[in-house]
Write a protein that binds this ligand. Structure first.
Ligand code: SF4
Length: 441
């Protein structure tokens, strides 16, 4: 495999092994000029144009030669080319100023890229990002329909036009239902998310939104309902209320009633609540089958139930081991009881292990932020150093930025290990891999 760091957007930076491109000896640094005579505007054009069985690929080689490759391939076979920018274009930034935007609530002086607000349909299609559809022209909406760009993840929040304009602080935000109806007629696959805020888009507003989305039966497959996240850095931002135990109980009862109705009508619960509501309410999480294949697990919907089931399965297949080891599980305060429960289950199979759980209070973002994914290295250093932490510290990979060794506050894994003078192990949020890692410590 060849890799280079050339930043030209349509320049090849990697040729995948055993691919058509490798067979044709296309090389890193070659530049794609056109496919079937058409220039490529972005990744959507590229994917669309290469989906043919016969394509003419025009390339400018690194020595300046122009070459046209005539390629015959299977209908949806990839060429095996990777570009420096996965979009083959600049990402579109968002045109909203949502009252609940997490980026507006970040502490100052964080890495600049963390403040970039993307809202790009192509990133939704490629990486599953949620988009609001507020920064797209009619032509761009039509392009999604014509090229059948799907699945798309849409941040709806509410279908009430006026309320949506207020929540997103964008006068263009009110047309969401019209756009979704157009997608519905085209049978595109859509998954939606609602960030719910007490006294803003909950109760009757939430019910109306869910019913509107449910009526888009050709396209909307699932809706995730997630609670607003409020950090301690909201100076100058609108006053919002977060979720507490009573409010969490209320929304669970409301949504579970609707789920029952949808299930009876269509065979699917359709709308799913984030794990956080159940943990806040001190209610049992829904059963594995109630998540219907976990369509919104990336959104924190069913993550805990899925992990728990995976741990059970992995432990079931293990013999009792009398090996000795010691470790501290580090998590956010939300998952403390859950991890205590996992600890007890593990000790039945590893009775000689010493395990404790350390839940980190989030001083970096504010103590109302309780999820493990937003725990920072600095807070771990401050809070774990003082307790009786064991030789091995286990952290979930969600605490680190994607494919990196950095926490959100730029502390690195090495710095954490040095500061704590302990070995730090990173585990994926995958019960089988987690147990495998534990067994190997
Ligand atoms: S869409 Fe709203 S929440 Fe998302 S980045 Fe833009 S302003 Fe923030």
């Amino acid at each position: 495999m060849e890799i280079c760091l050339n930043k030209d957007i349509n320049t090849v930076v990697e040729v995948l092994e055993n691919s058509i491109a490798e067979e044709l000896e296309i090389q890193v640094g070659d530049e794609i000029l056109s496919i079937n005579g058409q220039k490529i505007k972005d990744i959507i054009d590229y994917k669309y144009l290469i989906s043919d069985e016969y394509i003419d690929l025009e390339i400018k080689k690194t020595n300046g030669d122009l070459v046209v490759y005539e390629i015959e391939k299977d209908y949806d076979e990839d060429l095996g080319l990777v570009f420096s920018n996965p979009l083959i274009d600049e990402a579109k930034s968002c045109s909203n100023n949502c009252i609940f935007c997490f980026i507006n609530q970040l502490p100052k002086n964080m890495r600049e890229t963390l403040y970039f607000k993307d809202d790009d349909s192509r990133l939704s299609f490629l990486q599953g990002n949620f988009i609001t559809l507020t920064n797209m022209s009619e032509e761009e909406i039509q392009r999604i329909i014509d090229l059948r760009i799907s699945p798309i993840n849409v941040s709806v929040h509410t279908t009430n036009p006026e309320l949506r304009k207020q929540m997103l602080r964008n006068i263009n935000a009110g047309k969401i239902l019209d756009i979704l109806q157009a997608f519905d007629q085209a049978h595109l696959e859509i998954n939606c998310q609602i960030v719910v805020i007490p006294d803003i888009n909950d109760k009757e507003e939430l019910e109306k939104t869910l019913r509107d989305l449910y009526n888009l039966k050709n396209s909307v497959h699932s809706v995730a309902i997630v609670p607003v996240g409020l950090t301690g850095h909201r100076e100058g931002l609108p006053k919002l209320k977060g979720y507490d135990k009573d409010l969490a109980i209320e929304i669970i009862d409301q949504v579970e009633d609707l789920q029952g109705e949808f299930l009876k009508d269509s065979g699917s619960r359709f709308a799913f609540l984030a794990d956080e509501f159940y943990i806040l309410a001190d209610r049992d999480l829904p059963a594995d089958e109630a998540y219907e294949g976990y369509p919104q697990i990336e959104n924190g919907v069913g993550l805990v139930r899925n992990f728990s089931e995976e741990v059970n399965l992995a432990l079931r297949d293990l013999e009792v081991s009398y090996k000795e080891a010691e470790m501290t599980f580090v998590t956010g305060t939300l998952a403390k009881d859950f991890m205590e429960d996992i600890r007890k289950r593990i000790l039945k199979k590893f009775p000689k292990y010493k395990i404790n759980v350390k839940a980190i209070e989030n001083d970096f973002f504010g103590r109302s932020i309780t999820v493990a994914g937003l725990v920072t290295g600095g807070d771990i250093i401050k809070q774990v150093a003082d307790v009786d932490a064991y030789k091995n510290i286990l952290i979930p990979s969600v605490m680190l930025r994607a494919q990196s060794d950095y926490f959100l506050d730029d502390v690195t894994l090495d710095q954490l290990e040095n500061a704590l003078d302990r070995r730090v192990l990173v585990t994926e949020v995958d019960g089988e891999k987690f147990i495998k890692l534990l067994a190997e410590v």
